[in-house]
Ligand binder design. Structure first.
Ligand code: GTR
Length: 320
């Protein structure tokens, strides 16, 4: 095998090794990273080590917005980010921020694996991206340093970090809190300096980021179920042979079950660890949040009425 080639601007010759770099904000061991590492094992196996994916974890290559831009520009080959951030370049992804659009996890995966999910992955092409797969990311809830949340009224006055996303800002404002958009890696110091009172995220992020140290109240609002997404640069993609594209696409698809299993295991692990801390985790008055959510969806859902309806319909199908 010849030189080790990081996909840059040079053409690839048949025997050259292809190294695909993938950025993630999470650390090694987190299910998103583990999913991509599993995909790498499959790709290496299929190509006898000719193609390899290397993960840069822990935001070392920058925030998620930066990663998306780098991947679009083709200076970075792959990125694993939240669908919320992808909405910056393909607005339809905002649909996942809308609260309570899935009845349960099976409904969500039916949507992601069905025409809506495949259609959304396809839409990325026009933004210079290839959507390889969705990943599990559970449901997002509020956490803060002041008090447990039971009803939307309890959020009043709390300064809560949100993902840099217009629709997320609107949602958190609608629920009654004061939204502060910032990048993921900025939350820890901001919480520590008491610039913000809390944020919203799933249990694995809450625990693995260490945010629980400074924001000990986690309240299960479960407002949004926003899938993770793995993207490749269209520029990189176009330079690969069709046979290699297929190997990569298949490996990504096959890695999803593994990532979902890792997710469940990791979430259980995080809850066990949190139970050993003084953190207070509570259920909320779900009805009061659902009522607000309905009003929100009525007010802001119009641009996505078609998508929301398709998602709703997939929820009434019986799972086989
Ligand atoms: C996590 C997600 C990250 C990032 C983060 C955030 O759940 O895995 O990709 O988007 O949320 O809130 O910024």
């Amino acid at each position: 095998m010849a030189t080790l080639l990081v996909l840059g601007l040079m053409p690839i010759s048949a025997e050259e090794k292809i190294l695909l770099r993938c950025a993630d904000v999470h650390e090694l061991g987190y299910p998103t990273v583990e999913g991509v590492l599993y995909m790498n094992r499959l790709v290496k196996q299929e190509t006898g080590g000719r193609i390899e994916i290397i993960v840069y974890p822990g935001s070392v290559l920058g925030s998620e917005n930066t990663v998306v831009e780098m991947v679009r520009a083709g200076v970075l080959e792959m990125g694993r980010v939240s669908s919320t951030i992808i909405a910056d370049v393909v607005p339809e992804y905002e649909v996942f921020v809308f609260p309570y659009i899935f009845n349960d996890n099976a409904h969500k995966w039916r949507v992601l694996n069905g025409p809506v999910g495949l259609g959304l992955l396809d839409k990325l092409r026009k933004a210079g991206l290839i959507g390889l797969c969705f990943q599990e990311s559970g449901t997002r809830s509020f956490y803060n340093s002041k008090r447990p949340i039971y009803r939307p009224e309890d959020l009043k006055g709390l300064k809560l970090r949100v993902q840099p996303s217009k629709i997320m800002v609107k949602l958190v404002e609608f629920f009654g809190a004061y939204p502060v958009p910032m990048n993921y890696e900025e939350i820890f110091p901001a919480l520590n300096a008491k610039v913000i009172d809390g944020a919203e995220n799933n249990i694995p992020s809450y625990y693995s980021s260490g945010h629980y140290h400074d924001a000990g109240y986690y309240s299960y609002v479960r407002h949004s179920s926003i899938p993770e997404i793995l993207v490749m640069s269209k520029k990189t993609w176009k330079r690969l042979k069709p046979a290699d594209q297929k190997i990569i696409a298949d490996a990504a698809r096959k890695s999803v079950w593994f990532q979902r299993r890792k997710w469940n295991e990791f979430e259980t692990h995080c809850l066990r660890q949190l139970a050993r801390t003084p953190c207070h985790i509570n259920e909320v008055n779900a009805e009061s949040f659902r009522k607000q959510a309905q009003l929100f969806n009525q007010k802001y859902g119009r641009p996505y009425a078609g998508l929301l309806e398709e998602i709703r319909k997939a929820g009434s199908k019986i799972e086989n």
